[in-house]
Design a protein around this ligand. Structure first.
Ligand code: KMH
Ligand code: ZN
Length: 273
């Protein structure tokens, strides 16, 4: 049996955690890029990006995305993906600013939920607007699915031709209000993925490592780690960097018998030539 390969995505900063949670969280474009590049040296092939103001407030600013992506590209060949989830309070226009930074991949929400208690809304109109923008820029999308219904909607949008065939799914478990970080939930979400789509898993919080192990055993081709999802290396021990979190994920993947995917594997995963 050929050894399966797993692409690792790093999410260096996100929008919810702050330096009160972990003082090592990067805020400036240069800090975010340095963290992404450090993570790429440990095996991350993709960087999922949000940007921040100097004080750590989530930002919706094309220039910050541009600086971050330019800095990453000077130090790594890893793929860059911009979030269009942004922060719960952003308008869709604000959430879409990262596209102007010419990333390799664009994230897309296809449903709504109470995200840890806050309404996080993505309308049908938003989805179509974003899908059209991604098409105009010639960029692949990654569907961010927070529950099984989101996966079902992603499948329907592909079948209706709103989203391209082969669009990747990121199954996110552990956001309060979404699918819990629980073995039964992840299995169910994976069962619903479109049969021609690659899929990966993001697990928020303390069950992260065991959920990512389950994801790989279920056939996930991509796993995500980073401060956006979890600031601890293990119970009570804050991670010193995103690279440390990636090193841990790499270690687990290799112990389970997987090889770590490189940038070419990441390009194939997203259907990039
Ligand atoms: N910050 C959350 C509201 C994404 O990047 O697409 C949305 C989020 C998911 O982080
Ligand atoms: Zn994100």
């Amino acid at each position: 049996m050929a050894t399966a390969r797993v692409v690792i995505t790093v999410a260096p900063t996100g929008a919810e955690v702050t330096r009160a949670n972990n003082p090592n969280i990067p805020y400036s474009p240069e800090e975010i890029a340095e963290e992404a590049i450090g993570a790429s040296r440990e095996g991350a092939a993709v960087a999922h990006l949000h940007v921040r103001k100097d004080d750590g407030t989530p930002a919706a600013d094309a220039e910050l995305f541009q600086r971050t992506i330019a800095a990453i590209r000077t130090g790594s060949e890893m793929l860059t993906m911009v979030s269009t989830g942004g922060a719960v309070w952003m308008t869709m226009e604000e959430r879409m600013t990262g596209i102007e930074a010419d990333p390799d991949v664009i994230g897309i929400e296809v449903e709504s939920l109470n995200f840890d208690g806050d309404p996080f809304i993505t309308s049908n109109e938003d989805i179509r607007k974003l899908a059209a923008e991604a098409d105009r820029w010639g960029k692949p999308l990654e569907i961010e699915a927070f529950d099984v219904g989101h996966v079902a909607t992603g499948v329907r949008l592909i079948d209706e031709g709103v989203l391209p065939r082969g669009t990747a799914f990121n199954l996110v478990v552990g956001v309060p209000g979404g699918m819990p970080a629980d073995f039964r939930g992840l299995q169910l979400m994976a069962d619903f993925v479109h049969d021609r789509s690659p899929w990966g898993v993001t697990a928020i919080g303390r069950n992260q490592t065991r959920m990512l192990a389950q994801a790989m055993m279920l056939g996930a081709q991509c796993i995500r780690v980073g401060f956006e999802d979890n600031v601890y290396l293990k119970r009570g021990v804050l991670a010193e960097s995103n690279a440390a979190l990636v090193r841990q994920a790499t270690d687990v993947a290799e112990k389970l018998g997987f090889e770590i995917g490189n940038v070419d594997d990441a390009r194939a995963y997203f259907g990039l030539s």
